[in-house]
Design a protein around this ligand. Structure first.
Ligand SMILES: [Zn+2]
Ligand SMILES: [Zn+2]
Ligand SMILES: [Zn+2]
Length: 399
């Protein structure tokens, strides 16, 4: 192993350790099920009474929205008064036609036990026979199927009704608890981390945790699940195996259409950034030596994402006349700055309460507002990072 490879392996081991230390147990799960009222990840339930699918549009879930559209888009009040039968996945399973019997059907509209009796009675007309047949079990003593939305009686040691038992058997012999959990989550807004390699999973869980902790942007669980799919398909062990531009560009044409694919790409770019920041640390002592200052990593500076600087002793960034009306101060030219490009949201920027105590190591004159749309001031945050080899980010750098 050469020195570079050794260093990469050691960096990776260090990052994994950091992730294990910072990702909290509530995020270290295979499937994250946010509460509908969660301010960042929550998606409210559909407005149709009894429907627990997440809202898609117009206050109703996707299934009900399609039904509403097919009816010619009546007023919502009119639709809610008569939304029709429960949607697929929530519809009632077939039950025995004998009055008082809640076992699932096993042919001829009868449960297994009633069908046995019916056969012993010489197979008369099953409808006529069922109308007069007596129940086979004491209603009060029967346990319901273990799935919360199924009211059929359980028939097996698995505590599943006949239909759900058959479905479980046909579901590639998965673990019973996992099957039941999947059934309960069917159609819900969840974030599914399954199938990711350990470090990649922790990185994405850390990104979700970071969004929740910041509480400045709503995050769509569907978009995150799409992002996870892209990360899984990329065949990497860490997001840092690819540059941030790669993640920002995933989804291709679909991303250009906007919506959840664009949000998925934005989430991956964000995830790359927070994982990179975790590995490198943050603060002015980290940013200061570099040619690019990633202001989004500094408390109180998150209205701008990056700023290119040119030192008097370095010609490495831009040309003296390039960019937007630079302003010299303390030996620096501020060549360009770019507004933050994080996931779109009604509230992407939050000035941190400690920003007043966080200032660069040298006084900085304000940059012309016409050049950046924002101001620098002496009361802005402390100074950051360490990489002087950072290349400009074409997607976020102006100038
Ligand atoms: Zn619904
Ligand atoms: Zn029956
Ligand atoms: Zn059932």
């Amino acid at each position: 192993m050469n020195a570079l490879a050794k260093r990469a392996a050691s960096d990776r081991a260090g990052l994994l350790e950091q992730l294990m230390a910072v990702v909290r147990p509530e995020f270290r799960v295979e499937v994250l099920v946010p509460a509908p009222e969660d301010p960042v990840l929550g998606v409210p339930d559909c407005a149709v009474p009894g429907c627990d699918y997440p809202v898609s549009d117009h206050g109703i879930c996707n299934g009900h929205r399609l039904r509403w559209r097919d009816r010619g888009r009546p007023s919502l009040a009119e639709f809610l008064a008569d939304p029709g039968p429960p949607l697929r996945g929530r519809s009632r399973l077939g039950r025995c036609t004998v009055a008082g019997c809640r076992y699932g059907t096993a042919g001829q509209g009868l449960c297994t036990k009633h069908r046995d009796r019916w056969e012993r009675d010489g197979r008369p007309d099953p409808i006529v026979w069922a109308a007069t047949a007596a129940p086979v079990a004491d209603t009060a003593e029967q346990a319901e199927c273990r799935l919360s939305y199924c009211d059929l009686w359980a028939e097996f040691s698995t505590r599943l009704c006949k239909s759900h038992q058959v479905r479980w058997r046909n579901s590639a012999a998965r673990d019973l608890d996992e099957f039941a959990a999947d059934c309960e989550r069917l159609g819900k807004a969840v974030i599914d981390f399954r199938g990711l390699s350990p470090q990649l999973k922790l990185e994405l869980q850390y990104a979700v945790q970071s969004r929740v902790d910041a509480a400045t942007t709503r995050v769509s669980p569907t978009a995150v699940t799409i992002a996870i799919r892209y990360a899984r398909a990329a065949d990497v062990t860490s997001l840092l195996d690819r540059p941030q531009e790669h993640w920002r560009g995933v989804g291709g044409e679909r991303r250009r259409g906007g919506g959840k694919y664009r949000r998925a790409a934005a989430f991956l770019a964000f995830a790359h950034d927070v994982v990179d920041a975790l590995r490198e640390g943050t603060g002015w002592d980290v940013e200061y030596p570099g040619d690019i200052w990633r202001l989004s990593r500094l408390p109180g500076w998150c209205s701008l994402s990056v700023m290119r600087v040119r030192r008097p002793d370095s010609g490495s960034t831009g040309s003296p006349n390039r960019g937007c009306g630079s302003s010299a101060s303390a030996g620096f030219d501020y060549v360009s700055a770019a507004a933050a490009t994080s996931e779109p949201s009604p509230a992407t920027c939050k000035r941190s309460p400690d920003s007043a105590n966080s200032s660069p190591p040298h006084p900085i004159s304000p940059v012309s507002p016409t050049s950046t749309g924002r101001y620098w001031n002496d009361s802005s945050p402390g100074w950051p990072p360490s990489r002087s080899d950072r290349s400009p980010d074409p997607a976020t750098s102006a100038g």
